[in-house]
Design a protein around this ligand. Structure first.
Ligand code: ATP
Ligand code: MG
Length: 374
């Protein structure tokens, strides 16, 4: 299969609603090499579906450029706007958009039967549809009625229909959100395997951070219409740009403080936080003495040890008191009071520190990120 990259530049689409509050997406810009699995991640209403619909041609952007391979699909300045059915894009949406009155193969072959830009012979239609069904592991289901399928199978039919014409681009809008947890987990892996196999550049929409981290090559985190950060899953998780990304992707402890030293990006800098303690953290931006900064420390980077036997390995060590222990099976989640900071620390499932006990909190400077922005 030919592979195509996606180039989105300065894409904006603003809706003004009755209260005058603008929803939509502002100035989205990203370049995806061919074969990329790219995810738009963010809370409800942040503009994920709007962005996807603009790329598809279901929505007309206010401004911007959308290119797939060397073809321009949309360019507001040059007045280019290629019709939806000429963009060769495969799409799957959240709800099962398969037709219940048709058989599985009739559903899958639909895009071939209605194609306007070329006609397919009866044999081509059957062989291409069966190939798409085989790709989603539904070979034996061709003649079954679409209603006699489980939710997961229905989504796979929708996927087969999306890839049957070997699209240049695959757009998936929360395709797994109607499935139960176990099936969703399974389908994540299936979908990722399938995307690798056919190598099609994919834009995936989800508000589920675990899904985004597990499946993506690159993630764009959106907040209220703005793309806040684009990075690898590692980058998003370990080097979040600001407190929104740090808190939305995973859990974290946020500390506000004032730098007591300076350094370039990557330097370890001491920061006095509100409790009066000094935390040594890794700077994700140049810092000068006196700068007001925000730090993020993941609960799993924090070690707890009893006051009698401090661990003493971390660059940061504070005494605190356990206020609460939440046992959630695979880990314990402790709330530890250190002055006026309440710090969340996750430890192994077998630790059992009772509320009221005094503990030492320890973590490395590398795990205390001084964020680039607030
Ligand atoms: N056709 C429309 N007319 C007016 N406002 C709209 C329209 N479509 C979307 N919006 C608004 O634009 C914003 C972004 O909507 P969008 O559907 O892109 O969000 P989303 O990130 O996909 O959210 P969700 O996770 O809930 O699907 C929302 O505030 C929404 O109310
Ligand atoms: Mg949406």
């Amino acid at each position: 299969m030919n592979q195509f990259g996606l180039d989105v530049n300065g894409l904006s689409k603003i809706y003004a609603n009755v209260e005058g509050i603008a929803g939509g997406v502002r100035n989205a810009t990203f370049q995806l090499p061919p074969g990329t699995f790219f995810t738009l991640l963010g809370p409800s209403g942040c503009g994920k579906t709007t962005t996807l619909r603009c790329i598809a041609g279901l929505e007309r952007p206010d401004t911007g450029v959308v290119r797939v391979g060397d073809r321009t699909f949309f360019d507001s300045e040059r007045h280019v706007d290629v019709a939806l059915n000429r963009r060769q894009i495969g799409m799957v949406f959240q709800s099962y958009a398969i037709w219940p009155h048709m058989s599985v193969i009739e559903n899958v072959s639909f895009p071939l039967r209605v194609a306007k830009d070329r006609s397919y012979s009866r044999e081509e239609i059957r062989s291409m549809s069966l190939k798409a069904l085989a790709t989603v592991d539904l070979e034996g289901f061709a003649d079954r009625s679409a209603t006699r399928l489980s939710g997961g199978q229905q989504q796979r039919v929708a996927l087969a229909r999306a890839i049957v014409r070997e699209p240049k681009l695959l757009l998936l809008d929360e395709p797994l959100s109607n499935l139960d947890a176990a099936l969703r987990d399974n389908m994540r892996k299936e979908l990722k395997r399938l995307q690798r196999q056919i190598g099609v550049t994919t834009v995936y929409v989800t508000h589920d951070q675990a899904e985004a981290l597990e499946m993506s090559d690159q993630i764009a985190v959106l907040s209220a219409g703005d793309v806040v950060q684009i990075d690898t899953p590692d980058g998003i998780y370990f080097r979040p740009r600001n407190r929104f990304v740090a808190s939305f992707v995973g859990n974290t402890n946020i500390f506000d403080g004032t730098a007591e030293g300076g350094g370039e990006t990557g330097a370890v800098v001491p920061v006095r936080v509100k409790s009066g303690e000094v935390i040594r953290g890794r700077a994700n931006r140049p810092v000068r003495t006196g700068d007001v900064v925000t730090m993020s420390v993941r609960p799993e980077s924090i070690r707890l040890s009893s006051a009698a036997a401090p661990d003493d390995r971390g660059a940061n060590r504070f005494r605190g008191q356990v206020e609460n222990r939440g046992f959630v099976g695979n880990l314990n989640r402790y709330d530890v009071r250190c002055g006026n900071e309440l710090i969340v620390a996750n430890t192994g499932p077998r630790t059992a520190i009772a509320p009221g006990e005094t503990v030492f909190i320890e973590f490395d400077a590398d795990d205390a990120i001084i964020l680039a922005d607030d």
